[in-house]
Design a protein around this ligand. Structure first.
Ligand code: SF4
Length: 177
């Protein structure tokens, strides 16, 4: 589906149409993926499944605090932060080597929210602020110059072209365009 050449762009796997969400469904963003795939090589990433969580699985939220967010199951309160962040660190190292020039995240996810922050809840269920998803937060910190977006933002064709321009510009600047 993606171009044989062109800069590498990471995409949340559920946006590619893969059934990796907690409820066993996907969130295919067909128009966005089709447009990006004409120019870029796409690599799918699902932090939760690739860290070893099953499909389907219990829905989760961001717990802890905005400064120290944690990945916590909604009903059981199980905390998967150690497992998820161990995987995230390894994946970020690979993205650095590949290298990656953009990332389209799924909005509203405790792992992938990258444009609009999601609420952070205490163990008692009280909101204590907002945070990006754990993967998105770590990615933004590690790659501050790499454009990030989500499917809500890119539903606007102007924003989609703007994102693509930013990806291509970064790749050119790094000698890969
Ligand atoms: S939002 Fe992220 S963690 Fe959740 S299913 Fe999609 S890719 Fe996986």
């Amino acid at each position: 589906m993606s171009a044989a050449s062109g800069p590498l762009v990471a995409v949340s796997r559920c946006l590619l149409g893969e059934r990796v969400r907690y409820d066993g469904r996907h969130k295919l963003a067909f128009e966005i993926i089709s447009r990006l795939a004409r120019t870029c090589r796409l690599v799918g990433i699902c932090p939760e499944v690739e860290a070893g969580l099953p499909v389907p699985r219990e829905p989760a939220h961001v717990g802890g605090t905005p400064l120290r967010p944690r990945f916590v199951d909604n009903a059981s309160g199980r905390d998967h932060t150690f497992r998820v962040m161990g995987w995230v660190e390894q994946r970020l190292q690979r993205l650095e080597r590949e290298p990656v020039f953009g990332y389209v995240f799924k909005s509203g996810s405790p792992s992938c929210a990258a444009v609009t922050k999601v609420p952070v809840f205490t163990a008692a269920g009280c909101p204590v602020g907002r945070s990006f998803g754990l993967m998105a937060r770590a990615f933004r910190e590690r790659f501050p110059a790499v454009p990030v977006a989500d499917e809500r933002l890119l539903a606007d064709p102007v924003e989609l072209e703007r994102f693509l321009d930013a990806v291509l510009r970064l790749a050119r600047n790094k000698g890969e365009g």
